[in-house]
Design a protein around this ligand. Structure first.
Ligand code: UD1
Ligand code: CA
Length: 483
């Protein structure tokens, strides 16, 4: 059913229990600010108006909420006052006003739909989502009439001992008839234990005017409000369970789901297999049939279908991997485009590079992309073979079909189909080992033998410098020779 809807997200509270320099609603759950989760649930309802109430010096919250409208609550005088701050933007609005809190990141659109439906069918002035938390302690309590409709909400601090026994609590989420909203708000006073404007008071005010009010019940976990770092961790754990379950429903295999960490925007294609202890940071998109064995870390990366990543691989922002790319253990890829079929199977750093299709990057290959001041690109063509332990000193280009000899330091561009060698030539001394060993042993014996008038061992000696043949073994040295 279509219904004219305005969503109001209250986010002006300071969240002092988080002991943070940042506004509470910008703290993250699954690598996304809490308020962004609430906004996503709100947007799923396609509201006509989306308004966020912020406090002074919360430009950062306004930015995170853009393009939502912003209403400023000058000083935090309670949830009723926070709704009143949106009087301007909502003037003349006659639809339903849905009030949400910026610090309840687990709220789902389905639950909000259920609340809206309950308000409609009862034609209620106010509909509230109730919950039964394990520890009802600080929450407002819902006072129901004999017929199950809602009579009042009493804040815990103002409740009698008897009222505090009630297990049904106020989640804070409310749907209010927009035609009556500000007339109800205007009747709120501050005559309560906290001298605040309680939004919750509008229920008793509406009932005093003989307007119906209702409550629905929802899962307390989903309505968890984050007021402390511990609650933040609890919300994170719940969100992770939800994200893993959704990925598995979409056809992704997790060998050990409880060890995999996802971001709110992680996308993984079907038939991909994710091993234990894999972390998906923000903005990762993985194609279908991708193998990601244990201990990989990715963020800002795109992985093509049927690629294979890890174990122990790291994909950093700007890593764009084509189909059938193989990234092996201890390989790091950053800001690089790897075309279909590229293989980099062992111990490499690929940064600021472009690599053409089917190129093989040997073990230990490093792109030397940074000189301490600027970053430079390495451009490698298709079907290139980069030998083991190659250093590519950027900016440098290696054209299609070229081959780089193992151990090369490549500082100059390599043309197509060329073989490039950039390493010192080996020197071999035939039959040198036996004589070298004999010299070494002789030197060692001489050093150990006691000498006349010599001070005892371990005493400091003058001129105790290592000189060849004077007591200390030396490594074999090849005499420089012209080649
Ligand atoms: C509120 C409810 C309580 C409910 C609980 C659920 C009231 C009076 N009480 O209590 O019944 O059980 O939430 O978590 O409504 N905010 C503003 N401006 C203000 C005050 C608050 O924007 O002046 C915002 C906060 O940022 C927060 C939300 O409103 O997002 C709730 O505020 P909070 O102080 O946490 O309310 P509680 O006292 O916990
Ligand atoms: Ca609260």
């Amino acid at each position: 059913m279509t219904e004219s809807l305005a969503t109001l997200i209250l986010a002006a509270g300071k969240g002092s229990r988080l002991k943070s320099a940042r506004p509470k609603v910008l703290h993250q759950i699954a690598n996304r600010p809490m308020i962004a989760h609430v906004l996503a649930a709100a947007r799923a309802l396609a509201p006509e108006r989306l308004i966020v109430v912020v406090g002074p010096e919360m430009e950062s919250v306004a930015e995170a909420a853009a393009p939502a409208e912003i209403a400023l609550q000058e000083s935090q005088r309670g949830t009723g006052d926070a709704v009143a701050a949106a009087r301007g933007p909502l003037s003349g609005f006659a639809g339903t006003v849905l009030v949400l809190y910026g610090d309840t990141p687990l709220i789902r659109a389905e639950t909000l739909e259920r609340l809206l439906a309950a308000r409609r069918s009862a034609n209620a002035a106010v509909a509230v989502i109730g919950m039964r938390p394990e520890e009802p302690g600080p929450y407002g309590r819902l006072i129901l009439a004999a017929d199950g409709t809602l009579e009042a909400i009493i804040e815990a601090k103002d409740a009698s001992d008897e009222q505090r026994q009630i297990g049904l609590c106020n989640s804070g989420v409310m749907a209010i008839d927009g035609k009556r909203l500000f007339s109800l708000i205007d009747a709120i006073t501050t005559s309560n234990s906290q001298a605040e404007y309680y939004l919750t008071d509008i229920v008793a005010i509406a009932r005093g005017r003989d307007l119906p009010c209702v409550a629905i019940e929802a899962d307390a976990g989903e309505l968890l409000g984050v007021n402390s770092r511990a609650e933040q961790a609890e919300a994170e754990a719940q969100m992770q369970r939800r994200l893993r379950a959704a990925a598995m429903r979409d056809g992704v295999t997790f060998t050990a789901p409880e060890t995999v960490f996802l971001s709110a925007d992680t996308k993984i294609g079907r038939d991909s297999v994710v091993g234990p202890f894999v972390v998906f940071g923000p903005h990762v998109t993985v194609g279908e049939g991708v193998e990601i064995p244990a201990f990989c870390h990715m963020s800002g990366a795109t992985v093509g279908d049927h690629a294979s990543i890890g174990p122990f691989a790291r994909l950093r922002p700007g890593a764009e991997l084509g189909r059938n790319v193989h990234i092996g253990n201890f390989v790091e890829v950053k800001n690089s485009v790897l075309a279909d079929g590229v293989k980099a199977n062992h111990l490499s750093y690929i940064g600021d590079a472009t690599i053409g299709a089917k190129t093989n990057v040997g073990a230990g290959t490093i792109t030397c992309n940074y000189d301490g001041i600027s970053k430079y690109r390495t451009e490698i063509g298709a079907n290139v073979f980069i030998g083991t332990n190659t250093s590519l000193v950027a900016p440098v280009k290696v054209a299609d079909g070229a081959m780089i000899a193992a151990g090369s330091v490549i500082t100059e561009d390599v043309p197509a189909d060329a073989l490039a060698l950039g390493r010192a030539r080996q020197v071999t001394k035939k039959a040198r080992v036996a004589s070298w060993r004999a010299n070494q042993l002789a030197a060692k014996e001489k050093a150990a033998a006691p000498k006349k008038n010599e001070p005892q061992k371990n005493e400091p000696q003058k001129n105790d410098k290592a000189k060849p043949g004077k007591g200390k073994p030396t490594r074999p040295k090849a005499k420089p020779k012209k080649r």
